[in-house]
Design a protein. Structure first.
Length: 115
C-alpha cells in the first residue's frame, strides 16, 4: 500500500454533465482506482480538482453488503416467491411458486423442466 491507494482519478474523457436530468452542478464520470478498476461516480463539479476535498466513499453506504435491515427483510419475506420467467409481454411472471427458482404451471414443460 502506498500514499496514492486512497485516491481515485477522474477520467475527464468520460465526464458528462447531469444538468439535462435536473442535477445542475453534478457530473457523471468514470474514476480509475489504484488497482486499475474503473468505477462510475457522480461528482460535485465545484470539488473536482480540489485535492483537499473528499469526493466520496469507495463503497457508499447505499451499497452495503450483508444482511438487510429488519424492515426490508420483513417486506421480502411477506412478498412471497414468484415464478419470474419472462411473459409474452417481456415482464417477469408474478405467479406464486412454492420454492425459490421454480416455474409456475404456465412455464413448466413436460418432464419437470421449465421454459
Amino acid at each position: 500500500m502506498n500514499e496514492f491507494d486512497r485516491w481515485s482519478l477522474v477520467d475527464d474523457s468520460t465526464r458528462r454533465c447531469l444538468c439535462d436530468v435536473g442535477l445542475p452542478g453534478r457530473s457523471a464520470a468514470e474514476t480509475v482506482e489504484a488497482d486499475g478498476e474503473r468505477v462510475l461516480w457522480i461528482l460535485a463539479d465545484e470539488l473536482v480538482g480540489d485535492d483537499s476535498a473528499d469526493l466520496g466513499a469507495r463503497r457508499p453506504a447505499h451499497e452495503k453488503v450483508g444482511p438487510l435491515p429488519a424492515g426490508w427483510a420483513e417486506r421480502v419475506r411477506l412478498a412471497g416467491r414468484r415464478c419470474g420467467r419472462p411473459t409474452k409481454a417481456g415482464r417477469p411472471c408474478r405467479a406464486p411458486v412454492s420454492v425459490a427458482g421454480a416455474s409456475c404451471f404456465r412455464h413448466r414443460v413436460e418432464g419437470g423442466g421449465s421454459v
